[in-house]
Ligand binder design. Structure first.
Ligand code: PA5
Length: 427
């Protein structure tokens, strides 16, 4: 069972927070939105109950691992990269590529088109043992295809013109697009990105499942956590915290002018989860002059960087703390310097204890200062809990789209820049 809880108390009880009246007024629209979501069952809602993508991803991952792969290069951007990167950062060793007891090949994510990053990936990977996963739903994203062409060229140089084919996977629309054409022409392995699932909602498709399985993660457990969330939502409808949260954040923005939503994760491992969420919220809701601005932060690090602003800056923020009860590993802080009161008190406590005390202290200080905050608490960081959180935040975003009256599943605002790029690059 996934162990994830939501606490919105400090959005209501804090000075200037939401009132019961605000929530009651939104209630009918929230219920309507929940009913529509469950009735329409958009693609991302069906994924947790679909086993075919997990099975296909696990089988291919097994083949990759069995081949003695040394490196796995995941090429993709935006929704085709942020989910997989969030999973990897959350659940694998922070120095995964360096440790000897690694369960799979070294993992590399080529997201941006940055010559330094891409060169570095090529510097450290061994062409003879490299597998490449090109991930683009549209099949023509300039950044992804450019990175692919470079990596492909490097592998072809080392392995012969078509030597790279055997170890190249196209994760893309199963029927159309330029990448699909290349895959057909060169007989590449293909994993589907379902037509009815957009990039930023695709972490539980092969987009996120293949890299997770390649690095030895339990993709079934990830789906099980997401499934639990969907089943709870089916049972509780608008009462479910994932959906209640949509109303809370919508109201904080539209009724209280708090139009910055800070996701502050008290765990380094969840830093990329916040980055994934930032894209999900921004690209889904920032339309027609509406939407609130998401921002990612890490505790305790950003206590020494941004909390001053959260505490005393403009009253435009809601801080959503992600708390982890059990960090899996811990280190006792040795007793020393007991005669120095500014240092000695630390001895006998632990690193995890200090992290969680500071998390609680930040929450308390924000509340006392009249700064609205909410908490998502994970029992621990594991596949099931992560799957649950992905699904809950996707549901919350889709419901928020209904409340704002925007289509959460399109992104017309990014097309203009793409068109200019195409023109300048001679497409
Ligand atoms: O969420 C989205 O739809 C976008 O962020 C896309 O994932 C991103 O633009 C990459 O698109 P594609 O997968 O087609 O390369």
């Amino acid at each position: 069972m996934a162990d994830v809880t939501f606490d919105f108390t400090n959005l209501i009880e804090v000075e200037g927070g939401l009132e019961q009246r605000d929530i009651s007024e939104t209630r009918p629209r929230l219920e309507e939105a929940a009913k529509r979501l469950l009735g329409d069952s958009p693609g991302f809602m069906r994924l947790p109950k679909t086993s075919e993508y997990a099975e296909a991803s696990a089988a291919l991952a097994e083949e990759i691992r069995a081949s003695g792969a040394t490196d796995f290069i995941h090429i993709g951007i935006g929704g085709s990269a942020l989910g997989p990167m969030a999973v990897h950062k959350a659940l694998r060793h922070p120095y995964y590529n360096l440790i000897s007891e690694r369960p799979g090949p070294r993992m590399h994510f080529a997201e941006n088109v940055d010559p330094t990053t891409l060169s570095a990936i090529l510097d450290v990977s061994e062409p003879g043992g490299t597998w490449v996963n090109v991930v683009t739903k549209s099949g023509s994203t300039a950044e992804t295809m450019a990175n692919f062409l470079v990596v492909r060229g490097r592998l072809a140089e080392a392995l012969g013109d078509f030597g790279y084919q055997e170890r190249t996977i196209a994760t893309t629309d199963p029927e159309e697009g330029f990448l699909k054409q290349i895959a057909d022409r060169e007989d590449l392995k293909v994993l589907p990105v379902p037509k009815d699932v957009g990039g930023r909602f695709s972490v539980l498709t092969p987009v996120g499942l293949l890299p997770a399985a390649v690095s030895g993660l339990d993709v079934d457990a990830m789906l099980a956590g997401a499934r639990q969330c969907v089943e709870e939502v089916e049972e509780r409808g608008a009462e479910h915290p994932a959906i209640v949260g949509a109303a809370m954040h919508y109201l904080m923005d539209t009724a209280r002018g708090r139009n910055v939503r800070v996701m502050m994760a008290y765990s380094d491992a969840l830093e990329r989860l916040a980055a994934w969420f930032v894209q999900l919220w921004a690209e889904s809701l920032g339309k027609d002059g509406k939407g609130s601005t998401p921002h990612g932060a890490v505790g305790t690090t950003d206590q020494h960087s941004q909390v001053q602003l959260y505490m005393e800056g403009p009253h435009d923020k809601v801080v959503e703390i992600i708390e982890v009860e059990n960090h899996g590993r811990d280190l006792e802080i040795p007793k020393a310097y007991s005669d120095l009161e500014g240092v000695g008190y630390l001895g006998g406590h632990s690193i995890a204890e200090l992290l969680n005390v500071e998390c609680d202290a930040t929450r308390e200080a924000l509340t006392e200062a009249g700064r609205p905050n909410s908490t998502i608490k994970l029992g621990e960081i594991n596949e099931e809990n992560l799957g649950y959180v992905f699904q809950a935040l996707e549901i919350q975003t889709a419901i928020s789209g209904s409340l704002y009256g925007v289509d959460a599943f399109d992104q017309p605002g990014v097309e203009a820049g793409k068109e200019i790029t195409y023109k300048r690059m001679g497409r």
